[in-house]
Design a protein around this ligand. Structure first.
Ligand SMILES: NC(=O)c1ccc[n+]([C@@H]2O[C@H](COP(=O)([O-])OP(=O)(O)OC[C@H]3O[C@@H](n4cnc5c(N)ncnc54)[C@H](OP(=O)(O)O)[C@@H]3O)[C@@H](O)[C@H]2O)c1
Length: 279
């Protein structure tokens, strides 16, 4: 493996720490985004899903790539299948970020993307992270500012994962062939309810944060009221169903298998991001 590593979504939640982790391992990284600017000292390259004319320059000189669907999009097949096809045609190894639980049914679009990758004839690793801890300072930041996280999670528990642990897992998968052909479910070290998570965040940032369980309809109205499209709001609501069912409470050893280090606790995430959470 002597070529460059292409990181899609390199300015995003997982992409940015992944660029950092790969550079720390001495890899040469091409950091992809729509603007194509450099990221943390890595060469930048323009890449846009759905614009096949950007693929050649992005894949040039690359023998491994990290592929994800950026947040806000609801069509994993439409956006990711052309990338898998183009990369496989070039013999590029792919590390795909999918999501925990997509194997519940082969008709789930994300699972269909995974199946396409498994059959593409190029080396691959699939990573299925649980809900990101980082959502608290990204997606739920306005709620935290308001002092109340309102989601349709009931009292379901989630083993929230720190994006740095996803990034470090991806870096391991990209820099050795030991894990090729395997699927890993990435979780944090313990499962917490949203009430417990709110109490923990409250303790770390020193301000009260409550949790209110809401129904899907209320939640979708809140998201669309905050400017999200109806499709994406409905999608976000739908993925709380597994939380209520308790399916996101599972804890795996997969981060440690990949990185050699246990995943970070939610408290560590909160303490390390206290400025962003409280600011
Ligand atoms: N959040 C969770 O709890 C969770 C849990 C499990 C799985 N996941 C999966 O993780 C994915 C999100 O990962 P993430 O949070 O790391 O992503 P993210 O931060 O939302 O990704 C943003 C990155 O994607 C780039 N990007 C956005 N639109 C693009 C386009 N049309 N073409 C090319 N690049 C584009 C952005 O760069 P520019 O804007 O500069 O182009 C930026 O670098 C979700 O879609 C979901 O499938 C999320």
């Amino acid at each position: 493996m002597s070529g460059k590593i292409l990181v899609l979504g390199s300015t995003g939640t997982v992409g940015r720490p992944l660029v950092k982790a790969l550079r720390e391992k001495g890899e040469t990284v091409k950091a992809a985004s729509r603007s194509g600017g450099p990221v943390d000292g890595a060469e930048g390259v323009i890449f846009e899903f759905g614009k096949l004319e950007t693929f050649d320059a992005a894949f040039d000189g690359v023998d491994r790539a990290f592929v994800l669907l950026p947040g806000g999009y609801t069509d994993p097949k439409g956006l990711l299948l052309p990338v898998i096809e183009a990369a496989a045609a070039r013999g590029i190894k792919l590390v795909l970020q999918s999501a925990m639980g997509v194997d519940a049914d082969d008709s789930i679009p994300y699972r269909q993307v995974e199946l396409a990758l498994e059959g593409a004839g190029t080396p691959y690793v699939i990573l299925r992270p649980n809900w990101f801890a980082d959502n608290f300072h990204r997606i739920w930041k306005a709620a935290i500012d308001h002092g109340e996280i309102a989601v349709p999670a009931a009292d379901g528990r989630t083993s929230f994962i720190d994006a740095r642990d996803i990034a470090e897992s991806a870096a391991a998968a990209l820099t050795t062939s030991l894990f090729d052909g395997q699927i890993f479910t990435l979780t944090g070290p313990e499962a917490l309810s949203y009430a417990q998570a709110a109490a923990l965040l409250s303790d770390v940032i020193g301000r009260p944060i409550a949790y209110r369980a809401v129904d899907d309809e209320t939640f979708i109205a809140m998201l669309t009221g905050a400017g999200l499209g109806a499709d994406y709001a409905g999608f976000i609501a739908s993925i709380f169903h597994p939380v209520r069912e308790g399916w996101t409470a599972a804890v795996t050893a997969d981060v440690e298998t990949l990185t050699g280090t246990p995943p970070r606790a939610l408290r560590t995430y909160a303490e390390d991001h206290v400025g962003k959470l409280a600011g």
